[in-house]
Ligand binder design. Structure first.
Ligand code: ASP
Length: 356
């Protein structure tokens, strides 16, 4: 009896995913300028060498379910008249609480075998922003970034100070062991081994045997999560959260917590969140660059995102960028083989995509 109920529930959930989610595997990933759908939220769960050959059907299903849950959480709040900041927080929290993404629970390990997390948020109506970097005991770093934005006179806090402020302002704290996942630990060991062997790049066989979460170890920099939301009042917010880069050393901080690089949001242009090789995104000032291209060059959101990704590629970097504007138009561009991503439109229709 129990089993047959389980089977029915499973069949129902599968058919729901098939109806409401569009997991296209070989069509062009991005929307066209002609797309007239009005979106209210766009999210990403990292870009990288995400290939069907590195993926199992179970993993694909798990990612689709997690991205769907994140979009649904954000959409429910937008529908209930909550702010875009609250919707971004809800979506990012779902991904931070999942071991699948390199943010919160699934954060990668530093060279010292620790987890140091970064996050940022920006409010497009007020241009207020908050960020934390290098925090080690905050369960949901995006919540700490929001606390910095809303409850302090600062924009960015790092390390122990950020932890103290977050804990004192209602953010849940966890021991470092909370962030332990075997997959990420093994990924660190393989990365250290590869670096010790002095090999600059992985060969095909290494990629196959070292696959993790559908992303090969080649991509030790990828897996960040981000969300952009448009609320009923027409206000945008954007947020990004990450564990950074496997084997990072010396207090390395990437683009994700840097306003203008990994996250930017302005009602006049767009809300933007990035994922990819952070050093290049910092040098490109990627998120603000995309906003400036819209504002000063009159590019469409999609053209602006495309140009930024092209420029990152020319510098030698790779990754992706997502954006949403007040008209409900989106951009989801990347120069890697895949990017976990999804959208929800104003009617609640969810669409998930993974590959190019
Ligand atoms: N951009 C992040 C960083 O460099 C990594 C990522 O997007 O996965 O820290």
């Amino acid at each position: 009896m129990k089993n047959s109920i389980k089977k029915i529930a499973f069949a129902l959930s599968c058919s729901w995913v098939m109806v409401s989610c569009n997991t296209e595997t070989n069509t062009k990933a991005t929307t066209t300028d002609a797309d007239t759908t009005k979106y209210v939220m766009v999210i990403h769960g990292g870009a990288g060498t995400i290939e069907k050959s590195l993926m199992t059907p179970e993993k694909e299903k798990a990612y689709t379910a997690a991205l769907t849950e994140a979009l649904q959480a954000g959409y429910d709040l937008i529908k209930a008249g909550k702010t875009s900041v609250e919707a971004v927080q809800a979506a990012v929290n779902v991904m931070e609480n999942s071991p699948l993404f390199n943010a919160g629970k699934g954060a990668v390990f530093t060279n010292a075998g620790k987890n140091e997390l970064d996050a940022s948020i920006m409010d497009g109506a007020t241009l207020k922003a908050g960020a934390v970097a290098g925090v080690t005991n905050i369960k949901n770093p995006i919540n700490a970034a929001i606390a910095v934005m809303e409850k302090s006179e600062h924009v960015m806090m790092v390390g122990k100070g950020a932890e103290q402020f977050a804990a004192g302002n209602g953010c849940d704290t966890v021991p470092q062991s909370y962030f332990f996942t075997q997959e990420r630990w093994d990924q660190l060991q393989r990365t250290i081994q590869q670096e010790e062997n002095g090999r600059a790049a992985f060969n095909e066989a290494d990629v196959k045997k070292s696959k993790i979460s559908g992303i090969s170890d080649l991509d030790k920099k990828f897996g960040t999560v981000g969300a952009v939301a448009l609320d009923a009042k027409g206000n945008l917010a954007a947020g990004t959260s990450t564990g950074g880069m496997t084997n990072k050393k010396y207090g390395r901080v990437g683009d994700s917590p840097i306003i203008g690089a990994g996250t930017y949001c302005n009602n006049a242009t767009a809300g933007i969140s990035c994922t990819g090789w952070g050093e290049y995104y910092i040098r490109e000032v990627a998120a603000n660059r995309m906003s400036s291209l819209i504002e000063l060059k009159n590019l469409s959101i999609k053209e602006a995102a495309k140009q930024v990704i092209e420029e990152i590629g020319k510098l030698g970097g790779d990754g992706g960028i997502i954006g949403l504007n007040k008209e409900g138009q989106i951009a989801m561009e990347f120069n890697t083989s895949g990017m976990y991503r999804g959208t929800v439109d104003k009617n609640g229709k969810i669409s998930i995509q993974i590959y190019k």
